[in-house]
Design a protein around this ligand. Structure first.
Ligand SMILES: NC(=O)c1ccc[n+]([C@@H]2O[C@H](COP(=O)([O-])OP(=O)(O)OC[C@H]3O[C@@H](n4cnc5c(N)ncnc54)[C@H](OP(=O)(O)O)[C@@H]3O)[C@@H](O)[C@H]2O)c1
Length: 285
């Protein structure tokens, strides 16, 4: 019986969180975490060889080109990793009867909504990264029936580089920080997302489809930064600034709050409030 679960992008932030979560759970599944060196998913021969070797029950794709601003200048690589490589993973999943769990992003939307974004809302990305991730989703939906696409937002954790760690690092050398107040969304603790992915795999629910997942609640980047410093007891002044004053290569959506009704009802889950999860992360750090 098949029991291998391959994790592509296994050494990224979410991949490392998933590795921690799987290490704590008892199961008959064999999780194989593949770094980019072990599996470059844009390399078709390597992908075939990994699928041939493991004949996986699940393929969890945590790999992505995630440099949002860099993607504006490096479109070829962004589309190679976020669209073409995803298409190839989906084709391999079809050939090997593997269920694909793929992670996508709130950046598939334009941010013009003022109510939480549901899975049925029309997509309209405002930057290259968002478009490349949307194309990846569409490839999966055209090729596979047995897939989960989970759109998430504002990932942070104890692992890799992320907003929380950047704020804490900046606070070591600054007494004052400007942080954007007019982009709102929900921070998501990557450990919570990893636990959800584990739950999906263990439940073997076969409730395939597109889902939204973030922590509960709403925050601006300013609120998020304030909470990081409050919880960590860091003495620093945080000043709210408009995104218009903060020029970045890539445009970003102003509103990214995801509606999680579908995933909560499909898997019977309760989702932690973002500040509660942030508290856990900062105490671990
Ligand atoms: N971070 C966020 O705020 C956020 C928000 C919404 C959605 N997401 C989505 O969530 C998922 C996980 O994000 P994350 O925060 O864990 O990102 P991350 O830390 O940047 O991890 C992505 C991983 O993908 C690897 N990778 C890049 N190109 C690859 C290739 N061709 N073959 C194999 N691996 C490759 C990277 O390897 P290297 O380290 O060698 O580059 C890195 O380890 C992604 O799908 C992302 O789009 C993230």
């Amino acid at each position: 019986m098949k029991n291998n679960v391959i994790v592509v992008g296994g050494s990224g932030q979410l991949g490392q969180c998933l590795s921690d979560v799987t290490a704590k759970e008892q199961s008959s599944l064999n999780f194989v975490f593949l770094s980019r060196e072990e599996l470059d998913c844009s390399n078709v021969e390597q992908t075939t060889s990994i699928f041939e070797q493991y004949q996986p029950l699940y393929c969890i794709n945590c790999a992505a080109y995630t440099a949002v601003d860099q993607a504006e200048d490096d479109q070829d690589t962004a589309f190679m990793v976020n669209e073409l490589a995803v298409k190839r993973l989906a084709e391999h999943c079809l050939a090997y009867q593997t269920t694909l769990i793929h992670i996508s992003t709130d950046f598939v939307f334009n941010g013009n909504s003022s109510v939480p974004l549901s899975e049925t809302l029309e997509t309209n990305p405002v930057n290259v990264y968002g478009l490349s991730k949307l194309k990846g989703e569409q490839e999966i939906q055209q090729i596979l029936e047995q897939y989960y696409i989970i759109r998430t937002s504002w990932l942070y954790s104890e692992k890799a580089n992320n907003f929380v760690k950047t704020m804490l690092k900046l606070a070591q050398t600054r007494s004052e920080l400007n942080v954007i107040y007019d982009q709102v969304g929900t921070p998501t603790y990557a450990m919570d997302l990893a636990s959800l992915i584990m739950k999906i795999v263990l439940s073997d629910a076969k409730a395939f489809g597109l889902y939204h997942y973030s922590n509960e609640g709403v925050a601006s980047w300013y609120d998020f930064a304030k909470a990081v410093f409050e919880i960590s007891g860091t003495d620093i002044k945080v000043l709210p600034v408009a995104s218009a004053a903060f020029v970045t290569k890539a445009k970003r959506p102003h509103y990214s709050v995801l509606d999680k009704t579908k995933i909560k009802s499909a898997f019977g889950i309760e989702i932690p409030y973002w500040r509660e999860s942030l508290n856990i992360c900062i105490h671990n750090l």
